[in-house]
Design a protein around this ligand. Structure first.
Ligand code: ADP
Ligand code: C5P
Length: 244
């Protein structure tokens, strides 16, 4: 009986956390694999929920004036390129219901002070998207669901060439040099090894409507439990206690 009381107390404190904190989804995968596209599709399908998207890109370190003179030697695909402490602090605040100002990164000037920051309010669902969001265990631990977008390397490279020449005004030679020097090695050394942490692996990214439908259904189920707990705070405890 003593043991059951302890168990019930633990379940009650889990329930308290459960209905206070948002559902956090991590979306990782190689550059141009379709992460943003998948996130946009999830957000679109969850139209009646409060969802916010946080991009790991927002937490790139600014480059020093010396680094700016040799920008083609800078590895933007290495975990050290990101200010993970700042990312963690913003995510913790959002998880605890505080609004945060998230910088907007400018890929042309390599700087996050060009645009005003974006005010992000706490929501029912927080999606954290980026090439290396599964790299740091402390960031992984914040996530209730981890998705890895798995797209073939040739498709990623083709999309990257198209995107970086059109949107970042870079020439093809620069894109290919960066790819062979930094992007591909970092994918093999740092991004691909984090695939094992994923709960769900989506082949073909945004083309995979079945995977996205299933993910949205799962999130809805979790949010439904969340709402039930708000209405009947003891329901989860009662159900779980009966199962013992
Ligand atoms: P990531 O966020 O992983 O970098 P994006 O979703 O931004 O990837 O996609 C990278 C580029 O590829 C974008 O220009 C996007 O429009 C394009 N793209 C993404 N998914 C597809 C798809 N299924 N078919 C064609 N182009 C796509
Ligand atoms: O949006 P996506 O996940 O593709 O963004 C990550 C990519 O952006 C990395 O592969 C990195 O090389 C690239 N990047 C860049 N220039 C910067 C910052 C990031 O090419 N200034």
């Amino acid at each position: 009986r003593k043991q059951q009381n302890g168990h019930t107390r633990r379940l009650m404190s889990e329930t308290e956390n459960f209905h206070k904190q948002p559902f956090v989804i991590g979306v990782a995968g190689g550059a141009a694999s379709g992460k943003t596209t998948v996130c946009d599709m999830i957000i679109h399908q969850l139209h009646d929920q409060r969802v916010v998207l946080v991009n790991q890109d927002s937490f790139y370190h600014n480059l020093s004036s010396e680094e700016l003179t040799q920008v083609h030697e800078y590895n933007f695909d290495h975990p050290d390129a990101f200010d993970t402490e700042e990312l963690l602090s913003s995510m913790e605040k959002l998880r605890h219901g505080e609004p945060v100002d998230i910088p907007k990164y400018d890929f042309k000037s390599y700087n996050n002070n060009v645009f005003p920051p974006r005010r992000v309010n706490p929501s029912d669902v927080i999606i954290l998207e980026g090439i290396l969001v599964f790299h740091d265990p402390r960031v992984r631990e914040l996530m209730n669901m981890k998705i890895f977008v798995d797209t073939d390397a040739d498709v990623r490279l083709a999309r990257r060439i198209r995107r970086d020449t059109a949107e970042k005004a870079r020439d093809i030679a620069t894109v290919l040099d960066q790819y062979s020097k930094f992007v591909k090695p970092a994918f093999d050394d740092f991004i691909l090894p984090t695939k094992k942490y994923a709960d769900i692996i989506i082949p073909r990214g945004g083309d995979n409507h079945v995977a996205i439908d299933l993910i949205v259904q799962h999130i809805r189920t979790k949010l439904g439990q969340h709402d039930l707990c708000k209405i009947y705070p003891n329901l989860y405890v009662i159900q779980s206690t009966f199962q013992i």
